[in-house]
Ligand binder design. Structure first.
Ligand SMILES: Cc1cc2nc3c(=O)[nH]c(=O)nc-3n(C[C@H](O)[C@H](O)[C@H](O)COP(=O)(O)OP(=O)(O)OC[C@H]3O[C@@H](n4cnc5c(N)ncnc54)[C@H](O)[C@@H]3O)c2cc1C
Length: 432
């Protein structure tokens, strides 16, 4: 037995760890656990804030099931083993002349962990990572291996792409990639009012648009990432600038400031205002995956809500009102991203164009009152919580947020009647 803890320190479990080295060993492990009536759960990089990855039985670590097993440069379809980390995938794809269509803002997750909770980046015309999946091979609760895609077991495919680890253990993922591309990144400070006034233009005019709003100020940092023509020279961020902006300001100094403001929260509005002045505009061009990903060393807690895109200004205004009325002081920026509608049953963007509003709190400070208040605001506009980030919803209210919640539960009942893959989180969000 060993003790496992997630990245944020919000979930832990005493587990028996197994590292299968082949898909055959993976199926044997699951079948053996089924015979003994033991629970099993695959874990990725442990970067979910929720207890979604907890088990009281066998923890499957798929670090030996990593890498590309098949790649077709013509179609752009690439099959990878479930434990492949996104940073390794991105570099391997680049060597093949391929890239992912969209990615989130870190790259340490496993491909399976990322899709299972609906991990997404930003881009009003683009979906989350799971929308790039074309097929999955799953180890079911009886230890059998099943392939699903749009044409093979389509209902399982619709459920398992954002499957919360409840449908089966993913063994391989087939991704639709595209010719490798670079992105021109433009980061600039701006005003919240201006960004919201010009939101539609920003979304239509950029491949990937997002912004960070600094609470207790009316200032934002905008990020616009756009594809450049093949053959364009790369102009990566210089090493010094990278160290100053991405290491010193975004991590080391930010951590210092958070330690200080944890002791003296009254300094937060001034610290936020100074932070917005320290941020200066920068432009660079780099391989797409290097532009998408950043390094996060400051520990925090996070909740993120997907809301109808048109509700974003209202939700931000209500968060601002809540902070003013409650006197709560928040030192982390609110991150706002966007995604196109998709057709994956439990995708937070299912059936609607979405805006994502992510709130963060330093790990040494209390997050619950803030997160609960933001959750109530987001729920009023039909918000759906990110499955891998903190939230307080249960099956009763999530049923009303997802057209296919009942279908997902029925499929889980059929495929995992003994709850081999079950845990407290799944009982909470799916029912018993
Ligand atoms: C610093 C930080 C930044 C983040 N940035 C973003 C972001 O930009 N966008 C975003 O949407 N999210 C983001 N997240 C959330 C994160 O992407 C998700 O929580 C993701 O699920 C983590 O991937 P993981 O590999 O760590 O999975 P884990 O957290 O280890 O597992 C997540 C779920 O996947 C299941 N799972 C893992 N492997 C398998 C498998 N082989 N078969 C079946 N189920 C499996 C687990 O059982 C669990 O239920 C961020 C999190 C952190 C801590």
């Amino acid at each position: 037995m060993s003790t496992w803890t997630n990245w944020a320190g919000t979930a832990s479990a005493d587990v028996t760890v197994v590292h299968p080295a082949s898909i055959a060993e993976l199926t044997r492990t699951v079948a053996g656990a089924a015979e003994r009536g033991q629970r099993v759960k695959a874990i990725g990089a442990g970067h979910s804030f929720t207890d979604i990855g907890v088990t009281d039985g066998i923890q499957l670590r798929l670090d030996r099931l990593a890498g590309i097993v098949k790649a077709d440069r013509g179609t752009g379809q690439v099959t990878v083993l479930a434990g492949t980390r996104l940073h390794a995938l991105n570099e391997a794809l680049w060597q093949l002349g391929l890239s992912m269509t969209n990615l989130g803002d870190i790259d340490v997750q496993t491909v399976s962990g990322a899709i299972s909770t609906g991990t997404h980046g930003t881009g009003a015309k683009l979906g989350g990572i799971a929308t790039q999946v074309r097929a999955l091979e799953l180890v079911l609760a009886d230890g059998s291996l099943l392939r699903c895609s749009a044409g093979e077991h389509p209902d399982i495919f619709a459920a398992a792409r954002v499957g919360l680890g409840a449908i089966g253990v993913i063994a391989t993922v087939t991704l639709q990639c595209e010719p490798a591309y670079a992105l021109a990144a433009a980061e600039a400070p701006g005003s919240l009012d201006e960004v919201l006034d010009e939101l539609d233009d920003n979304l239509l005019g950029n491949d990937h648009f997002e912004f960070y709003w600094f609470p207790h100020t009316r200032r934002v940092l905008t990020k616009r990432n756009n594809r450049v023509l093949p053959g364009t020279d790369l102009r990566p961020v210089g090493r010094l600038r990278h160290w100053v902006d991405d290491d010193l300001l975004s991590n080391r100094l930010f951590d210092r400031i958070n330690r200080l403001t944890t002791r003296r929260p009254a300094l937060i509005p001034r610290a936020n205002a100074i932070a917005t002045r320290l941020l200066s505009a920068r432009d660079y061009i780099d391989r797409s995956h290097r532009v998408f990903a950043s390094v996060r060393t400051v520990r925090f807690r996070e909740m993120e809500y997907a809301v109808p895109r048109a509700s974003v200004p209202q939700v931000l205004a209500e968060i601002e009102r809540y902070l003013a009325d409650s006197g709560e002081l928040i030192g982390f920026p609110v991150e706002v991203r966007f995604a196109a509608a998709d057709d994956i049953w439990l995708s937070t963007a299912y059936g609607r164009e979405s805006g994502y509003i992510a709130v963060h709190q330093y790990h040494r400070r209390e997050h619950e009152p803030y997160f609960r208040a933001v959750e109530a605001i987001a729920m009023d506009v039909g918000g759906r919580p990110h499955w891998g980030k903190l939230h307080y919803r249960d099956a009763a209210t999530l049923r009303t947020a997802y057209e296919h919640h009942d279908d997902f539960v029925a499929l889980r009942d059929k495929l995992d009647p003994e709850r081999m893959f079950g845990n407290e989180y799944l009982t909470r969000v799916l029912g018993g």
